[in-house]
Design a protein around this ligand. Structure first.
Ligand SMILES: Nc1ncnc2c1ncn2[C@@H]1O[C@H](COP(=O)(O)OP(=O)(O)OP(=O)(O)O)[C@@H](O)[C@H]1O
Ligand SMILES: [Mg+2]
Length: 486
C-alpha cells in the first residue's frame, strides 16, 4: 500500500506541479486549498504525511497546525515556506511540524523529506510496540519478580526516582524495602552521589541525634571529635532512614523541623546548615497504629508519607518464587565460585510450597545455606529442609547494624551457624554437621566461605567483616588476597 500524502496549498499551479511529482514517485495524493478543507479530509481519511503551505486564505498553515494538535492520530507534517520566512518554519516546528521545505522545492528534496518522515513514523510505531511488549518487566534493576504488585512498584520507582519527593517504604521484614530504596537511588539522576543508610533502631537517642545531625567536638562528654551527620554525608544524594518507627519521640520534633525547614543545626553549633537530600524512610511496623498509641508524631508521618511504596509479602506473590530461586542460585554460584547448582524436584517443590514468613530474605538464606552445606551439583531436599519448617529467620527481626555486633547466638543466621560449625568458631555448642567425608569441605574452603559470608553480611565494610571474623584488618586483607575475594 502506498503512503498517503495530503497537500495543502492554495496556489493551483503549485498544487498541480507537486501532485504530479508525488504521484510519479508512487505516493497516493489528496489535496486541499486551505486548512479547513485539510481538517475535513483528516477527519475522514488516514494520512501519512501532510505537506502544508503557511499563507493561505480561510485557515492558514499555523492555524491548521494548532488544530491538529488536538487530533489523536496525527500525520507527520512538513511545512512549505519561502526563503524570506524561515522564522515561520521554526514557529511551525514548535507547533509540531517535523520538517520544512523551502519554496520552490525540487522534486528530489521533496522525496527525501517525505521518505524521512515515513521512516520516522514506522520507527516510532516499532518503538511503541516494543514498549508495549516490555511493559511487563521480569525485573527492574536488581528487583526480581513480575507480579502485578511488583509491576506497579517498578512504575512508581521509575517515576519517583526522577524527583526528590520523600518516599515511605512499608512492608514486612525481608520483603525488599532496602533494595527498593537502593533502586530508587540507582535510577535517580543523582545515582553517583552518596546513598547513606541509617538504622534508626540501632542507636540510643543521643547517639542517633549525633548520627543524624552531627556534632561539634566537645558538644557533650565523649564528643572528642567533630562528627558529620548523615544529613550532611548524604548531600546531593539519598538518605535512607531504616526502621523509622524507632526514632524516639524526643527526636521526632527535631527531625520534622529538619525536613520542613530543610536545614539542621549540629549539636554544639549555632549556625544551621542547608540540607539537600532525597529522603527515603522504611518501616515494617504499622506507623498509623503507632500514631494511635502516641508513639509516632502524626505530622511527621504525613511529611514522610508523601509517596508510599508498600511491598507485598512473598506469600502474596508466590508466582515470583521460581524466578527468585533461580536468581539466588545464579547469584550464590557466582559468589561461591562454583558451577551453577541444580535443584532436585523435591527441593524445588518444597521451596515453592513454603509460606516464607521471613519473605525474600528467608528464601535467600535458605538457598545460601544449601550452598554452604553441600558441594554436590544438586541441592537436595535435605540441604534445605532443616532450615525450612523452622520459624522465620531471626535476623530479619533485628536491625542489621545491631546484629553484626550482637554476641547473642540467636542473632546468627543459618549460614553463620553452618559456618561456625565448619570453621570451629562455635565448636563446643554445635555438633559437626556431617561425618560424610564425601561432603566435608576443606578447612581452606570453609575459611574462604566464612570470609565471603562475613564480607557480605558487613556489606563490604572491611572493618565490620574483620570484627565479625574476630581477626584484624591486616589479616583480613591477606586472606582476601589469598582467596581472591574483593
Ligand atoms: N524483589 C527482589 N528481588 C531480588 N532480591 C530481593 C528482592 N527483594 C529483596 N531481595 C533481597 O532479599 C534480601 C532482603 O531484602 P531487604 O533487606 O531489602 O528487605 P527489608 O524489607 O529491608 O527487610 P527488613 O525489614 O528485615 O530490614 C536482600 O538480600 C535483598 O537483596
Ligand atoms: Mg531492611
Amino acid at each position: 500500500m502506498s503512503a498517503k500524502i495530503l497537500l495543502v496549498e492554495d496556489e493551483a499551479n503549485m498544487v498541480r506541479t507537486l501532485s504530479r511529482i508525488l504521484e510519479r514517485a508512487g505516493y497516493e495524493v489528496a489535496t486541499a486549498a486551505n486548512g479547513k478543507e485539510a481538517l475535513e479530509i483528516l477527519d475522514r481519511e488516514v494520512v501519512d504525511v501532510l505537506i502544508t503551505d503557511l499563507n493561505m486564505p480561510v485557515m492558514d498553515g499555523m492555524a491548521l497546525l494548532r488544530s491538529m494538535q488536538e487530533l489523536v492520530s496525527r500525520p507527520a507534517t512538513v511545512v512549505l515556506t519561502g526563503y524570506g520566512t524561515i522564522q515561520s518554519a521554526v514557529d511551525a516546528m514548535k507547533l509540531g511540524a517535523s520538517d520544512y521545505l523551502i519554496k520552490p522545492c525540487n522534486p528530489d528534496d521533496l522525496k527525501i523529506v517525505i521518505d524521512r518522515q515515513l521512516e520516522l513514523r514506522s520507527l516510532r510505531r516499532e518503538v511503541a510496540n516494543l514498549k508495549r511488549e516490555v511493559q511487563r518487566y521480569q525485573r527492574y534493576g536488581e528487583l526480581i519478580g513480575d507480579d502485578p504488585a511488583m509491576q506497579r512498584i517498578y512504575q512508581i520507582i521509575a517515576t519517583v526516582s526522577q524527583n526528590k519527593s520523600t518516599v515511605l517504604i512499608t512492608g514486612a521484614s525481608g520483603t525488599g524495602k532496602e533494595l527498593v530504596a537502593r533502586t530508587l537511588h540507582a535510577k535517580s539522576p543523582w545515582s553517583r552521589a552518596p546513598f547513606v543508610a541509617v538504622n534508626c533502631g540501632a542507636f540510643t537517642e543521643s547517639l542517633l541525634d549525633s548520627q543524624l545531625f552531627g556534632h561539634r567536638r566537645g558538644a557533650f562528654t565523649g564528643a572528642i571529635n567533630d562528627q558529620e551527620g548523615v544529613f550532611q554525608a548524604a548531600t546531593g544524594g539519598t538518605l535512607f532512614l531504616d526502621e523509622i518507627s524507632e526514632i524516639p519521640l524526643g527526636l521526632q520534633g527535631k527531625f520534622l523541623r529538619a525536613i520542613q525547614e530543610r536545614e539542621i543545626t549540629p549539636l554544639g553549633t549555632t549556625r544551621p546548615v542547608k540540607v539537600d537530600v532525597r529522603l527515603v524512610a522504611a518501616s515494617n511496623k504499622d506507623l498509623r497504629e503507632q500514631i494511635r498509641r502516641g508513639e509516632f508524631r502524626e505530622d511527621l508521618f504525613y511529611r514522610l508519607n508523601v509517596v508510599n511504596i508498600h511491598l507485598p509479602r512473598l506469600a502474596e506473590r508466590r508466582g515470583d518464587i521460581p524466578a527468585l530461586i533461580d536468581h539466588f542460585i545464579t547469584e550464590f554460584s557466582r559468589q561461591y565460585a562454583v558451577a551453577p547448582k541444580h535443584l532436585s524436584p523435591a527441593a524445588r517443590d518444597r521451596l515453592i510450597g513454603h509460606d516464607w514468613p521471613g519473605n525474600i530474605r528467608e528464601l535467600q538464606n535458605t538457598i545460601e545455606r544449601a550452598f554452604a552445606m553441600t558441594t554436590a551439583d544438586t541441592i537436595e531436599l535435605e540441604d534445605i529442609a532443616p532450615g525450612l519448617p523452622a520459624a522465620p529467620d531471626t535476623r530479619s527481626a533485628s536491625p542489621p547494624a545491631t546484629d553484626v555486633s550482637s554476641p547473642d547466638a540467636s542473632a546468627l543466621s543459618p549460614i553463620d551457624e553452618a559456618l561456625a560449625t565448619d570453621v570451629g568458631m562455635a565448636a563446643e555448642s554445635v555438633p559437626p554437621a556431617t561425618y560424610d567425608l564425601a561432603t566435608v569441605i576443606t578447612l581452606e574452603e570453609a575459611e574462604r566461605r566464612a570470609i565471603s559470608a562475613a564480607l557480605r553480611q558487613a556489606r563490604g565494610n572491611k572493618n565490620e567483616a574483620a570484627r565479625l571474623l574476630h581477626i584484624d584488618r591486616q589479616r583480613l586483607y591477606r586472606k582476601m588476597e589469598k582467596y581472591r575475594l574483593s
